[in-house]
Design a protein around this ligand. Structure first.
Ligand code: KDG
Ligand code: MG
Length: 398
């Protein structure tokens, strides 16, 4: 079998998605997600100008070798643009291999280790009462684990929680931030949610890289009475050693990795067991091949998986995650915020969500079909993620 076509499809059924479609001389097709939110077209160029010309004529079954060819062969390694492009190729090749085998992909990854995949949903509120309503809505949808994010008194706009604030803009929306106000407010939010919903509901929280290690250590300790399921991205993890301070100070479980694109980003975090969950997505980590290796490495240290699954991972990237989730023994939890109805029409998928759990379905391959005609009716729209500024106007992590 040979690859005869490598085509990049960009579509915006509500938000931008970049998809690679590989076709073989046997007529099989494979899809891979290459969406890099806010920097989509850089990956399109990487794929179209530098990767697609290399793919035609290759044997699609040689997944590991093709991964090494694109990673080592380029000389310039890592980085989100490169690794999203490599991820798309790798995912599409696994899709083809599983279709050729006539099996859902998880069967090629070792078969199912579990019957279903526990997901967590997003509850957001500008105020605590709004947050309570949002938690209630998620529970009504069936979720059995919820990430809670709120506005902070005195701040105009906090990422992801202010209703009516569009995240995608022609220029980045400017949000505001005050860490001390956040550190004062968040424990009171956890207390209120625990009071309302009881001790059993798994509650997650994303600090979105905004804290210093000292602040993160304090927050981890202050949240301990409310038993959070985890504290995510508590401090920017370019400095892996910084997690030592947080870890020494608190037993609140720690999750990190949605912006990582290489196992090397995790080396200290895993070998010193400074974290409890690895959060990388197939889409940004170079594909299924390296993510499976990461998960197996993490398993040696009793660290679990929690693949990034926001709306800007396409249904193709999400499906890839679900096949891994079902197969690996050290699965932890899967983020799932769903997609718009139109996105589900552009990317028809076999995976299902019921009773707070996902399943990738039993179709051969990933179980996702791209409706190219419908995709073409929703072309790319320029969009940016927001930025965050402190009260004095200086830029801060968001
Ligand atoms: O594109 C950025 C989003 O994927 C990110 O902000 C979402 O932090 C996020 C999460 O945990 O889903
Ligand atoms: Mg996050």
């Amino acid at each position: 079998m040979k690859i005869v076509e490598a085509k990049v499809v960009v579509t915006s059924p509500g938000r931008n998605f970049v998809t690679l479609k590989l076709t073989t001389d046997d007529g099989l097709t494979g899809l891979g997600d290459a969406t890099l939110n806010g920097r989509e077209l850089a990956v399109v160029s990487y794929l179209e100008d530098h990767v697609a010309p290399l793919l035609t004529g290759l044997d699609p079954h040689r997944i590991e070798d093709t991964w090494q060819y694109l990673y080592r062969g380029a000389y310039w390694r890592r980085g989100p643009v490169t690794m999203a492009a490599v991820a798309a190729v790798d995912t599409a090749l696994w899709d083809i291999k599983a279709k050729a085998a006539g099996m859902p992909l998880y069967q090629l990854l070792g078969g199912a280790s579990r019957d279903r995949i526990r997901a967590y949903g997003h509850a957001n509120g500008a105020t605590v009462p709004e947050l309570m309503d949002s938690v209630r809505a998620r529970l009504e949808e069936g979720y059995q684990a919820v990430r809670i994010q709120t506005g902070i008194p005195g701040l105009k706009a906090v990422y992801g929680v202010h209703a009516g604030v569009a995240h995608q803009q022609q220029r980045p929306l400017v949000e505001d931030w005050d860490t001390e106000a956040y550190l004062r407010h968040l424990p009171t939010v956890f207390e209120a949610v625990r009071e309302e919903f009881g001790p059993e509901l798994p509650l997650l929280h994303d600090a979105h890289h905004r804290l210093t290690p000292t602040q993160a250590a304090r927050l981890g300790r202050d949240l301990e009475p409310y038993r959070p399921f985890w504290l995510e991205d508590c401090t920017p993890a370019e400095n892996q050693e910084a997690f030592r301070q947080v870890r020494a100070a608190t037993t609140t479980p720690l999750a990190v990795g949605e912006v990582f694109n290489s196992v090397h980003d995790y080396q200290t975090l895993i070998t010193e067991r400074l974290i409890d969950y690895v959060r990388s997505a197939v889409t940004h980590f170079g594909g299924i091949t390296p993510l499976k290796k990461l998960f197996d490495f993490a398993a040696l240290y009793q660290i679990r998986t929690a693949t990034h699954g926001p709306e800007d991972i396409s249904p193709v990237g999400l499906a890839a995650a679900l096949h891994l989730d079902l197969a690996v023994h050290n699965f932890g939890i899967q983020e799932y915020s769903g997609h718009t109805t139109l996105t589900g029409e552009v990317f028809r998928h076999a995976y299902t969500f019921a009773d707070g759990h996902l399943h990738p379905g039993e179709q051969p391959g990933l179980g996702v079909e791209l409706d190219e005609a419908l995709a073409a009716r929703h072309p790319y729209e320029q969009a940016y993620l927001p930025v965050n500024r402190l009260q004095d106007g200086s830029l801060h992590d968001w």
